[in-house]
Design a protein around this ligand. Structure first.
Ligand code: HEC
Ligand code: HEC
Ligand code: HEC
Ligand code: HEC
Ligand code: HEC
Length: 343
């Protein structure tokens, strides 16, 4: 990581002011199914003790590791902002270095399941049937959707009103707008909804999320990429995620003739704003529908082999505007293949 460098925001932000982050209570209407609240306030220790299944899957999640995973800790070390801590370490005091307890806790049960200011009623999904819980229950569509949007959609911490992440908007504009986030991200296991929220570290899920077709089309290689069952742009979330399509042509002896790359990510670049130059999003090239890409073969060799590969990359930071110089923190190959040409 760049020592003292603005690793994460630096790509997109020159002037960083500690900005107020609006995380108001979710506003969806309550469903009629309710259980009366109890007198004692609920705590994470209580939830975990009574709900072993949810607790077990949650323990392996990035929500639990939101303040202790290596990618976040490296990034926040370079940019120790209250802005980051308020979201990633909600049990800590955002104006100070995150305490060991808040770091270890991460995003816990009560953060999602309790409305701010009400520690007696648990939010649940809006299903039918009687409530048998020994605590207050409010069944509402907000839990699987509006609650997620509190953290999965937000602006950069300056006042320019540009989104740092925009998963909720992407979802609203997708073909899956009518399905909740939870309906895709919390599959059922043992009669309970998984709280593992597996995604960017799960190679199988990632590979399933895109289909790739490659063929030769005259003097070109043509790719058709299509997201499969993704309820938002792919990749979504963290602004530095991207897909990289690498195409290498080789001659008959296996010597590389040319390497070409195409990136599918958000592109930030300098834009004039009054008397300042600031970095803004200038293009969003992530996949959101069927996308066709062609590369020229660019060789007169009698026979060539074309090797291609599609990678999902988690970028740590970009030292320059050249995407090939980005420092990659984690990467998963989603698909690969080979084509041969003879003239
Ligand atoms: C004393 C034990 C106990 C504690 C503490 C407890 N629960 Fe429950 N909870 C239950 C039982 C029993 C049920 C009903 C059976 C079931 O759904 O597992 C239930 C039901 C639920 C439901 C489903 C409600 C419905 O009918 O839709 C949710 C969601 C829930 N609890 C979340 C929580 C959360 C979050 C916490 C901590 C803030 C918590 N519970 C604390 C025992 C407890
Ligand atoms: C309090 C803020 C907060 C809430 C509420 C929240 N998330 Fe998250 N979520 C995060 C953070 C922070 C991370 C990433 C932690 C990290 O990688 O450092 C994350 C990670 C995830 C991941 C894994 C992403 C990956 O890269 O693997 C998924 C999937 C996810 N959340 C979905 C949801 C859904 C669905 C909901 C609503 C039911 C939700 N989240 C509610 C903050 C939140
Ligand atoms: C990131 C937000 C989030 C966190 C953190 C979270 N939950 Fe949930 N939980 C949900 C959502 C969303 C649902 C409803 C899924 C659905 O049915 O649509 C749910 C459902 C439940 C249910 C009822 C459904 C079932 O299958 O049992 C229980 C019980 C529960 N959670 C307990 C917990 C406990 C205990 C913790 C902490 C260890 C926890 N939750 C942490 C979002 C969260
Ligand atoms: C139609 C199903 C579907 C819906 C609805 C959906 N997602 Fe996803 N999401 C996916 C798939 C598929 C992936 C990519 C494969 C994976 O990692 O699971 C993904 C990936 C993610 C990731 C990891 C980053 C990435 O792109 O690899 C996050 C974070 C996330 N989703 C959050 C959300 C949130 C928040 C919502 C609601 C606003 C939501 N998702 C709605 C299917 C869905
Ligand atoms: C409003 C909530 C919010 C704020 C503020 C926020 N983040 Fe995040 N962050 C998230 C969510 C949600 C994700 C998960 C999205 C995903 O996995 O694609 C995430 C993912 C990340 C990741 C990716 C980790 C991984 O899984 O590879 C890093 C690193 C990170 N955040 C660092 C920061 C830093 C540093 C700041 C402050 C400059 C910050 N975040 C501010 C919500 C937030």
């Amino acid at each position: 990581m760049t020592p003292g460098g603005h690793a994460r925001l630096g790509a997109a932000l020159l002037v960083a002011t500690a900005g107020a982050l609006s995380r108001g209570a979710p506003s969806a209407a309550a469903s009629p199914a309710r259980a009366p609240p109890r007198a004692t306030a609920l705590s994470d220790e209580g939830c975990v003790a009574c709900h072993a299944d949810a607790a077990r899957t949650w323990r392996g999640s990035l929500h639990h590791a939101s303040a202790s995973n290596a990618a976040y800790e490296t990034a926040v070390y370079a940019e120790p902002l209250a802005f980051c801590r308020r979201c990633h370490a909600p049990h800590g005091d955002p104006s100070r270095e995150t305490s060991e307890a808040a770091r270890e806790a991460g995003i816990t049960c009560t953060i999602c399941h309790l409305r701010p200011g009400d520690a007696r009623t648990v939010l649940s999904s809006p299903r039918e049937g009687p409530v048998s819980a020994p605590h207050g229950v409010e069944r509402s569509a907000a839990l699987g959707q509006a609650v997620c949007a509190r953290c999965h959609e937000f602006d950069f911490p300056d006042a320019r009103g540009e989104r740092m992440q925009k998963t909720a908007t992407e979802h609203r504009e997708s073909a899956y707008a009518s399905r909740s986030c939870a309906s895709c991200h919390m599959p059922e296991a043992n009669g309970h909804r998984s709280h593992a929220f597996a995604a960017s570290r799960d190679a199988t899920l990632l590979a399933r999320a895109v289909s790739v077709r490659a063929d030769l089309d005259g003097d070109r290689v043509r790719f058709v990429l299509e997201p499969v069952g993704v309820g938002h742009a792919f990749p979504t979330g963290d602004l530095f995620r991207r897909l990289t399509l690498t195409v290498v042509t080789e001659d008959a002896e296996g010597r590389p003739l040319a390497t070409r790359r195409r990136y599918f990510g958000r592109v930030f670049g300098p834009v004039r704003s009054g008397r300042e130059i600031v970095r803004r999003e200038i293009a969003d090239e992530r996949l959101s529908s069927r996308t066709e890409v062609t590369f020229p073969l660019a060789t007169r060799a009698a026979s060539t082999t074309v090797r291609w590969r599609l990678d999902y990359e988690r970028v740590a930071f970009s030292p320059t505007r050249h995407p090939e110089q980005a420092v990659i923190e984690g990467s998963v190959t989603l698909a690969r293949g080979e084509l041969r040409t003879t003239r």
